[in-house]
Design a protein around this ligand. Structure first.
Ligand SMILES: *[C@@H]1O[C@H](CO)[C@@H](O)[C@H](O)[C@H]1NC(C)=O
Ligand SMILES: *[C@@H]1O[C@H](CO)[C@@H](O)[C@H](O)[C@H]1NC(C)=O
Ligand SMILES: *[C@@H]1O[C@H](CO)[C@@H](O)[C@H](O)[C@H]1NC(C)=O
Ligand SMILES: *[C@@H]1O[C@H](CO)[C@@H](O)[C@H](O)[C@H]1NC(C)=O
Ligand SMILES: *[C@@H]1O[C@H](CO)[C@@H](O)[C@H](O)[C@H]1NC(C)=O
Length: 438
């Protein structure tokens, strides 16, 4: 009896370890959503080790943030190592455009900026380096791209690291576009109202065609870079190809870089995390910019301070229905790369620990409109309204199996916990090494 329990336990443990992929922790990565899958690509594992696996979090099933359905895409390995790039899904909902970043040749392990645009076809699991026509594609890092509903990707400024030892370089304020159907690159020539050269901002494309750039660091002509004030918002009109600026109102939000943002379909930009110029913590951890007001207005939901995640930066955020899902990054409180997934319910403005997939849109009365005119981390945004139906869809599977899996998973969690504790206690203080405060 006791013995057979043990066998069952070990079998379940084995199955769990095979089925549940345990992705390396990372920062400076990209994440995008395709077909209920939150795909993660690129990033650094530590200052000298990068990652090229492609894997996803399965959003078709319920999970809690201690039991994550990670799955590796075995054929999906990136052809390069990369970090601080941007990744955007094309209008076919299948092609990922990975642009810029600190690109490293996997064979020579040396920086290689000979190609700036890599594509991944989700349906065939194939990576490619398409030929791009038009203007020269400049090497850029620490950028965020957005795509409009005619398939044009917009990339503002960024850094070109010229000293690849110190990872320092020049900031830019040009606007580059990639037409994803003709694969044509254009560096727009705009001379009016040009913002200062800037990088590490967040970018959100509103349905009215305005891209909202928030935060980051900029080159304002001083001998050092400064962080952009969060109320000094840069706006780019993709219809008129014109720059303007706005002074937002509302609550005070610390300047930051290495933060993330999502755009909800009802016009709220939610920012999370990031750090100060010298990698110190910023306050508040989470803030919301209401772009329905004129001028835009910042607010800090009081509930967002309850059970808030630690101080992290270099993470990513994606919006899936009402869930803002925050992945990886560097946990500066504990001085470790973060393996936790944090989930913010944008409807109730609360941090939650479990994720329940929304009911199928075909049976749902409130149709979820996933707009693709969206978001900082280049994912689609979805309506708030569909959110209310979410909790009804928890799948009921066989109870026995669930208990078995639960036991197995707990064992995995306990054992990994022990390893993590050993790991942390042996670890020294480390920070991201990127083109930052030099
Ligand atoms: C980085 O990670 C690699 C393998 O994951 C390890 O061999 C190396 O010692 C690590 N380096 C640092 C600086 O932590
Ligand atoms: C891509 O996804 C969007 C939103 O889910 C949908 O409206 C659109 O029809 C899809 N496009 C294709 C080519 O499948
Ligand atoms: C970008 O930096 C590299 C050095 O890393 C330099 O060779 C190149 O000329 C720069 N390109 C531009 C467009 O500034
Ligand atoms: C690049 O940075 C390294 C490390 O900070 C420094 O030693 C070196 O002199 C720099 N190179 C140039 C060309 O400035
Ligand atoms: C924002 O405020 C500053 C002064 O604080 C002012 O100089 C600037 O013109 C304002 N910008 C806009 C677009 O109103």
């Amino acid at each position: 009896m006791h013995f057979s329990f043990k066998i069952i336990f070990y079998v379940i443990f084995l199955i769990n370890s095979i089925l549940c992929y345990d992705p390396p922790k990372r920062a400076g990565h990209d994440s995008v959503i395709i077909n209920n899958r939150l795909l993660v690509l690129a990033g650094e594992k530590n200052q000298s080790s990068y990652t090229y696996e492609l894997f996803y979090l399965d959003l078709s099933m319920s999970f809690d943030n201690t039991n994550l359905p990670w799955t590796l895409i075995p054929d999906g390995n990136l052809p390069i190592n990369n970090r601080f790039s941007t990744a955007i899904v094309g209008l076919d909902n299948s092609t990922i455009f990975q642009i810029g970043g600190f690109i490293i040749n996997k064979d020579t392990l040396d920086y290689d900026f000979s190609k700036q645009v890599y594509t991944y076809d989700y349906s065939t699991s194939k990576w490619a380096t398409p030929s791009i026509i038009g203007d020269n594609v400049p090497p850029r890092q620490q950028i965020r791209g957005v795509i409009d509903n005619s398939g044009i990707i917009y990339i503002f400024g960024g850094v070109n690291a010229t000293n690849l030892t110190a990872l320092t370089g020049t900031r830019y304020n040009d606007m580059n576009t990639l037409d994803t159907s003709s694969l044509t690159w254009r560096t727009l020539s705009i001379s009016e109202n040009l913002p200062f050269p800037c990088c590490d901002y967040s970018a959100s494309l509103l349905p009215n065609g305005i891209i909202v750039y928030i935060g980051g660091q900029e080159d304002s002509g001083l001998t050092y870079y400064v962080l952009v004030k969060m109320k000094s918002i840069k706006l780019f009109d993709t219809k008129k190809l014109e720059w303007s600026s706005m002074n937002a109102t509302g609550d005070d939000v610390d300047s930051r870089w290495l933060f993330s943002s999502v755009l909800t379909s009802d016009g709220y930009i939610i920012i999370f995390g990031g750090c100060s110029y010298y990698y110190f913590s910023v306050s508040p951890n989470l803030a919301i910019l209401d772009t329905n007001k004129s001028p835009y207005e910042w607010s800090i939901p009081s509930n967002s301070k309850v059970n808030s995640p630690p101080f992290i930066y270099g993470h990513s955020s994606n919006l899936y229905f009402n869930y803002m899902i925050i992945l990886f990054g560097y946990n500066a409180d504990d001085q470790i790369y973060n393996s936790q997934v944090y989930i913010y319910d944008t409807t109730s403005n609360k941090w939650v620990t479990s994720f329940n997939p929304p009911v199928s849109t075909t049976t749902s009365t409130s149709t979820s409109i996933s707009t693709r005119t969206s978001s900082s981390t280049s994912t689609r945004t979805s309506t708030h309204t569909s959110a209310n139906t979410l909790t009804t869809s928890t799948k009921k599977s066989s109870k026995g199996l669930a208990i078995g899996l639960g036991l197995g998973i707990s064992a995995v969690v306990v054992i990994s916990g022990i390893f993590i504790i050993i790991f942390i206690s042996r670890r020294k203080k480390r920070i991201l090494r990127i083109s930052g405060n030099q």
